[in-house]
Ligand binder design. Structure first.
Ligand code: ADP
Ligand code: MG
Length: 320
């Protein structure tokens, strides 16, 4: 199948510091490709390079087979971009912004209004169409930026954290729209730091940490890859504080401690339980609850990246 996006060894340095480190991946036509990673991983940098806003330090990338260094103008006509921060005019109204962008992209006069009306409906913006963009709430701005990215019916849509700052209804509409893109063979490249969102929406997910891709796979395969590693969740009670190093014996596997709950990723449940039981006598704590859990997307993520879910879910304060 044809590739919409091909990335080969993409690297970006800012003042000698690596933000993207030799990243490679392909996105097929019509695919919804998720780019998942914590803040600072290099997600926005990737979108900025692929959409021609900044240049890579080294490596190659192709959009619809066109080299991003050489064919920017041609590429711009075929892509829609939802940037992290708004790119619209605060002094223009919603509809004026959408008309402006339509003209910029040479959307034929005959279809311009129809297209804009359709987008105003999808994003529930009809009521606000004559309001100044600059005075809108964060969520309304976000919806307008999303609409503006789609006025020219792009083949490929880049979305940087599209649901961040959106109200629940708009976020749901957007997810529905992204699923509909598939029928129209529109390719979607979206970044997110919401693990569950990526799992529910994307055909494949690339996990990015510190500028490097840790893993690329389908959400199902990411979850299944953990099936053979059950998770034991253990609640403990103790009259004295329990130090992490009490569990050192278990650390051949992976242990996460959250207050009185510990999660243990183990290949041998029975062995782990007997170690825990011995530890509880030696260290005088009580095991009050013991469960085995099916690994979720989040667990897959934690296992693959070594990051905690707390580190992932920190929302960055974004000015829009
Ligand atoms: N214009 C810039 N100048 C210097 N450093 C930058 C610039 N933009 C991003 N960075 C750094 O590059 C890294 C990746 O940033 P970014 O691509 O914005 O990550 P993400 O979108 O995943 O949160 C971060 O360490 C960030 O501080
Ligand atoms: Mg970002």
């Amino acid at each position: 199948m044809e590739n919409s996006i091909t990335v080969e060894g993409l690297t970006k340095e800012y003042n000698g510091k690596l933000a993207l480190d030799n990243v490679s991946f392909d996105v097929k036509k019509g695919e919804v490709f998720g780019y998942l990673g914590p803040n600072g991983a290099g997600k926005s940098t990737t979108i900025k390079i692929l959409s021609g806003l900044i240049e890579q330090t080294s490596g190659n990338a192709f959009i619809n087979g066109l080299d991003i260094r050489r064919e920017r103008v041609e590429i711009k006509k075929r892509i829609g971009v939802v940037p992290e921060t708004s790119n619209l005019y605060p002094e223009l109204s919603v509809i004026e912004n959408l008309l402006f962008v339509s003209k910029l992209y040479h959307v034929p006069r005959a279809t311009r209004e129809e297209k804009i009306n359709e987008l105003l409906t999808i994003f529930n913006l009809k009521k606000y169409k004559n309001q100044g963009f600059g005075k809108l709430s964060k969520g309304l701005k976000r919806r307008t930026v999303l609409a503006a990215a789609l006025v020219h019916d792009p083949d490929i849509v880049f979305m940087d954290e599209p649901t961040s700052g959106l109200d629940v209804v708009s976020a749901r509409n957007l997810r529905r729209m992204i699923r509909n893109f598939k029928e129209k063979d529109i390719t979607v490249f979206l970044t997110t730091h919401y693990i569950e969102e990526a799992g529910g929406l994307c055909d494949r997910i690339a996990i990015l940490v510190n500028g490097k891709i840790v893993k690329i796979d389908t959400p199902k395969a990411l979850e299944d890859s953990l099936q053979e590693v059950p998770i034991l969740e253990v609640s403990i009670e103790s009259s004295k504080p329990i130090h992490d190093n009490v569990f050192n014996e278990l650390l051949s596997e992976k242990v996460h401690i959250h207050g009185k709950k510990i999660r243990i990723y183990t290949r041998d449940v029975s062995e782990t339980i007997s170690t825990l039981s011995r530890l509880s006598k030696e260290q005088e704590f009580k095991i009050t609850e013991l469960n085995t859990l099916k690994p979720s997307m989040e667990d897959a993520f934690i296992k693959l990246t070594g990051l905690s879910s707390e580190q992932m879910s920190v929302d960055k304060e974004i000015k829009r």
